[in-house]
Write a protein that binds this ligand. Structure first.
Ligand SMILES: *[C@@H]1O[C@H](CO)[C@@H](O)[C@H](O)[C@H]1NC(C)=O
Ligand SMILES: *[C@@H]1O[C@H](CO)[C@@H](O)[C@H](O)[C@H]1NC(C)=O
Ligand SMILES: *[C@@H]1O[C@H](CO)[C@@H](O)[C@H](O)[C@H]1NC(C)=O
Ligand SMILES: *[C@@H]1O[C@H](CO)[C@@H](O)[C@H](O)[C@H]1NC(C)=O
Ligand SMILES: *[C@@H]1O[C@H](CO)[C@@H](O)[C@H](O)[C@H]1NC(C)=O
Ligand SMILES: *[C@@H]1O[C@H](CO)[C@@H](O)[C@H](O)[C@H]1NC(C)=O
Ligand SMILES: *[C@@H]1O[C@H](CO)[C@@H](O)[C@H](O)[C@H]1NC(C)=O
Ligand SMILES: [Fe+2]
Length: 644
């Protein structure tokens, strides 16, 4: 049968011929927000093939080839009977209805392939179309709430998304105050257009979906270190759930942070590239840790390569739904990565970066969704050199308790004399170490990594040449990086030199570098195989690399005035796999006055440190020794088996 005959038949079937009509239903037709599962049921599908599939659409006016993704019917056990059902959990409100269309396999020849060069279905033999599925209050009720610090210590910013730009507010009040007495502040809306996208697929009907309106509201006059409740919306369109957070306290004597790069987002169907299920685990374990903190404040730091939407706009919606359980209660800070920014005509492309910048890692987004969907402190910005709005959130800093956090853009000029260099220099010169004994510096592409991706070598050398002297001069404690989808901890480093190989030491005045790009996204050739050991995905671990882990997870930072502790928590068990402790040089541990030791008697504190050191030795350090001995690569670390 020719494709035309099939089309004709399909059209007849869809038009409701009386016999054996293939049906596809999607229920519920009006899900409420907490009910994020949609069930698809089909019946009367003649001659079923394991390659029949349902494609997912939103809005329903999308052309057949502009699906969000697809699912093969054979994941339903009864597919061979021509009837079955599938469930799609966690579909975000895309501010427009969903529709589902059933197509006959085989998928046919589609000129498009996915990122892994697997063919994409050509959506040519349509057999049934579902009714629309629209969330109750779709687009009117706010979604995707996330918090961030502003430049003022007594403020908290909340951002959220609606389908229209009409007036929305933030209502907030401290614990114990009746809701009728809460403050109310207006939120400002902004958005961007398809014509602002710099390339394919972001500017094409396949990738573009209207992002809705991003609202930005700032809660002001907050008492430090206190719990506040809030909700966003308006009476007409509805209000979000009520969330709460602990306000910032720059005088706090303890700081807690959860840090990672390269998280990505998971969608429950096949799309234009594989999406990482591991990203769900990372959020799940961080949520566990946040809940255990009770009334202690924390910050979350996601240092580039954020949603990996890469021009497929709705993946940002999935991302913000996915992080909302942690980001609506805890400030969620970001910096820019190549997957938000990189595009062929990006403005800064020095000759040494010819092979580094200017690809299509951001799928034509050229930093626009990143710049509108987040608003970080500071006012750094850079023109895109196209009609697209300026790139924002490039570099900034804030104090949280005993830590000064700095964020940079490794995608834009950081060399001597650049705005960013001058900002970083001035920021570090302004440090007051009695206020913040620790400084945590963060950016996307690493200054040190032993992944040895030769492509990025020139970039690392430039970072070391231009920025490392500032780190050493001003005693940055910790430098955290992403991009490489692995965990790797280095010694405190000064010009490739390792200053201390212990995992607990007094800050030697140069930062410990840690790569923390292990939050979920895969697609990382592991450490390059040695030609003579192709089965071992690591080349000899350099002396300065103290611990390497291939397991997905995140880093947790706990700092008091005396000590900063960074741990690596793995997703397979939610346990600590590596640890480093850096003692502040400000505090002479032998003569520290008791008041700096907090409530703990001094003797106990030493026992505490000794205990942690032993734990660190057990968990990480011995594994490090094991690999450096290289007697038995299988004993490299307990997590190596996780990698296949
Ligand atoms: C369904 O069919 C697809 C395409 O042939 C195949 O890749 C997949 O493994 C099958 N899944 C199941 C559950 O049989
Ligand atoms: C998308 O961007 C590319 C690169 O600038 C351009 O060549 C193409 O015409 C654009 N497509 C649309 C639909 O605007
Ligand atoms: C921090 O510790 C100092 C010294 O012990 C104390 O005076 C101060 O009140 C503490 N700050 C907070 C917010 O607990
Ligand atoms: C950004 O803020 C700084 C300090 O807050 C100010 O000095 C500078 O002029 C601002 N720059 C722009 C472009 O607004
Ligand atoms: C540094 O911070 C301390 C503690 O908050 C404060 O007492 C001191 O005045 C600050 N120093 C400067 C130069 O601002
Ligand atoms: C890193 O890569 C470069 C170029 O590919 C190579 O010369 C060098 O030996 C590699 N370094 C290590 C530690 O393997
Ligand atoms: C490393 O730190 C430990 C603990 O602070 C210290 O005893 C040791 O001397 C340091 N090693 C070097 C080489 O500085
Ligand atoms: Fe990256």
């Amino acid at each position: 049968m020719s494709p035309w005959a099939l089309l004709f038949l399909a059209a007849h079937l869809a038009a409701g011929e009386p016999t054996s009509i293939t049906t596809l239903t999607a229920t519920p037709a009006k899900p409420t927000k907490p009910d994020h599962a949609v069930t698809l049921q089909w019946s009367n599908l003649p001659d079923p093939s394991p390659l029949d599939y349902v494609a997912v659409y939103s809005p329903p006016s999308s052309g057949d080839l502009d699906y969000l993704g697809f699912l093969f019917l054979n994941s339903s056990a009864s597919w061979a009977t021509g009837a079955g059902s599938l469930t799609l959990p966690r579909l975000p409100d895309l501010r427009a209805p969903y529709q589902f269309r059933l197509f006959r396999g085989p998928p046919g020849r589609n000129p498009r392939v996915d990122q892994h060069v697997d063919p994409l279905p050509d959506a040519s033999r349509r057999a049934a179309v579902s009714g629309n599925v629209a969330y109750e209050g779709s687009g009117a009720r706010p979604a995707q709430l996330h918090l961030a610090f502003t430049d003022e210590a007594d403020e908290m910013r909340v951002m959220f998304v609606c389908g229209d730009g009409g007036r929305r507010s933030v209502r907030y009040g401290p614990a114990g105050r009746r809701e009728e007495e809460w403050e109310e502040v207006p939120a400002e809306a902004s958005t961007y257009e398809q014509r602002h996208m710099c390339g394919y697929p972001a500017n094409h009907s396949v990738g573009w979906r209207h992002p809705g309106f991003v609202f930005d509201g700032v809660m002001e006059g907050l008492r430090p270190g206190s719990r506040y409740f809030y909700k966003v919306g308006n009476d007409l369109g509805g209000w979000s759930e009520t969330y709460s957070f602990i306000s910032r306290d720059t005088e706090a004597n303890e700081t807690i942070a959860f840090l990672f790069g390269d998280l990505g987002t998971y969608v429950p169907y096949n799309t234009y590239f594989r999406t990482p299920q591991e990203s769900l685990s990372t959020v799940k374990w961080i949520l566990r840790d946040l809940q255990a903190l009770n009334d202690k404040p924390a910050v979350i730091s996601h240092i580039g390569d954020i949603s990996y939407a890469k021009g497929y706009a709705w993946l940002w919606d999935h991302f913000f739904e996915q992080i909302e359980p942690i980001a609506a209660n805890t400030p969620y800070h970001v910096c820019i990565g190549n997957h938000e920014y990189d595009w062929p005509s990006q403005p800064w492309k020095p000759s040494w970066a010819a092979n580094i910048y200017g690809g299509n890692d951001a799928g034509g987004e050229c930093g626009v969704p990143y710049s509108i969907k987040f608003k970080m402190p500071g006012n750094s910005s850079l023109p895109t050199s196209t009609i697209a709005p300026d790139t924002r959130n490039l570099y900034y800093s804030y104090d949280a308790g005993v830590v000064h956090f700095v964020y940079m853009s490794t995608e834009t000029d950081f060399t001597h004399g650049s705005d960013q260099y001058n900002y970083i220099k001035a920021d570090l010169e302004r440090l007051n170490r009695s206020r913040t004994p620790f400084v945590v510096f963060q950016g996307h592409r690493p200054m040190y990594t032993s992944s040895n991706e030769s492509k990025d070598t020139a970039h690392r050398e430039q970072m070391i040449q231009h920025l490392e002297p500032l780190f050493v001069k001003h005693g940055v404690t910790l430098a955290l990086w992403g991009h490489v989808h692995r965990y790797e901890r280095f010694c405190p480093m000064k010009n490739y030199q390792c200053l201390n190989t212990s995992s607990s030491f007094v800050d030697p005045g140069a930062p410990v570098h840690v790569v923390i790009g292990m939050a979920g996204q895969d697609y990382q050739a592991s450490w390059e195989p040695r030609p003579d050991h192709p089965e071992v995905p690591i080349f000899p671990q350099p002396q300065r690399s103290m611990y390497r882990g291939a397991e997905f997870g995140y880093a947790k930072l706990v700092a008091t005035r005396e000590k900063l502790t960074l741990t690596y928590i793995g997703n397979h068990d939610g346990q600590v796999h590596d640890m480093v402790e850096i003692l502040s040089p400000q505090v002479d541990t032998d003569s520290a006055p008791d008041k700096l030791v907090g409530a703990m008697p001094k003797k106990m504190r030493y026992l505490g440190i000794a205990g942690s050191v032993m734990l660190a030795m057990l968990l990480g350090f011995m594994a490090g020794f094991a690999v450096r001995r290289k007697t038995d690569p299988a004993r490299w670390s307990p997590v190596q088996d996780e990698e296949s």
